[in-house]
Design a protein around this ligand. Sequence first.
Ligand SMILES: *[C@@H]1O[C@H](CO)[C@@H](O)[C@H](O)[C@H]1NC(C)=O
Ligand SMILES: [Zn+2]
Length: 386
Amino acid sequence: MKSLLSTLLLLFAIVSVGYARPIATSEIAAKSAQGLRLLSLAEGEDPVWKTEAEVLDLLRAGKNFFDVTDTYELETKLRAQTGSAAKVVSDVLRATYAAPSKQTQVRAILGTLTTTNMQSYLNTLTAFNNRYYRSTTGVSASNWILSTVQGFATQYGRSDVVAQQVTHSFQQPSVVVRIPGSNPSAPRVLLGSHMDSINLSNPTNGRAPGADDDGTGAVNLLEAYRALLQGNFRPTNPVEFHWYAGEEAGLLGSQAIAANYKSTGVQVKAHLNLDMTGYYKPGTAEVMALAPDYADSGLNEFMKLLITAYSRIPWANDLACGYACSDHASWNRQGFPTAYPFEAVTGNDNPTIHSASDTTSVNGFSWTHSLEFAKIAAAFAYELGI
Ligand SMILES: *[C@@H]1O[C@H](CO)[C@@H](O)[C@H](O)[C@H]1NC(C)=O
Ligand SMILES: [Zn+2]
């Protein structure tokens, strides 16, 4: 009894310390002006200031984190407003969804997805020297994605589609395109991937084609969006496709957008994250590996039904992805249901990422594998949006 009480008191003390002394606006302004970044390195721990060199060392060491420099104040305000939760939730949630039921309509759309189109988009994306979030070519990649999604809206006569760039505190803007719902206030269906790439030895100027990380996820969403427009997709719920800036530097674009949606009361039905879909280790069986952590277990159950209904390859349970491992974590952090199907069970995934070698010529890269993720993206949008 005594030890239980002291354990509870200790827990209470840890939680209180964590949030009793929020970092002041003036400190954030002063330190970020010096080039320091505020990083959240682990669940339940206070964020810490790091120099740019230290940030790069963490990236090179493969350590994942949220860079919360730009969102810390908004999150602190949100916590104060909602009052209840001591921190922004990152628990596994449990949303519920109806089983897939639109097979005829969905299959018609899936039949129009092509690997040729995806290869063509990816040729453009990988031709940028890199898509780093603070390089001019990273900005050019964002501009190209925007003009491409606008071009599809024009091509298919969809003046109702809204495409825009979301600007951040750094150069590269994220891109958001919305297919309006007949019920504009219905919870939105979101599909995201990241546009940026990084060469870990020389982020600003080094070659980083980022073909798989995350060119594949980015072109899966371009092609799913295109096919839905071609199929005259008119959803009930608004359906949005996101291309996030600055994922490789601490989930910057997705955090900014997720925190903005939370603070402005945008309702989210479900979020799908595609980050690396084009590789599986030669000799291993093809699967779609579902991240079990920082994802919604109810949405993962829906994903299993969706994959079984629409993909030729089976789902698998992945190993834990860990804290802040990709953009789904930004949505989970704000309490929105999210899922993350990955190219392979961790360990059988692409070993060339974050380098000049992340190209489509790597042994194990497969367009027919990646196509399955474009199919699942289009099916996700249709089944949840209609
Ligand atoms: C980074 O880029 C340079 C120059 O473009 C290249 O020589 C180097 O191999 C790249 N680093 C990695 C880790 O691929
Ligand atoms: Zn990635």
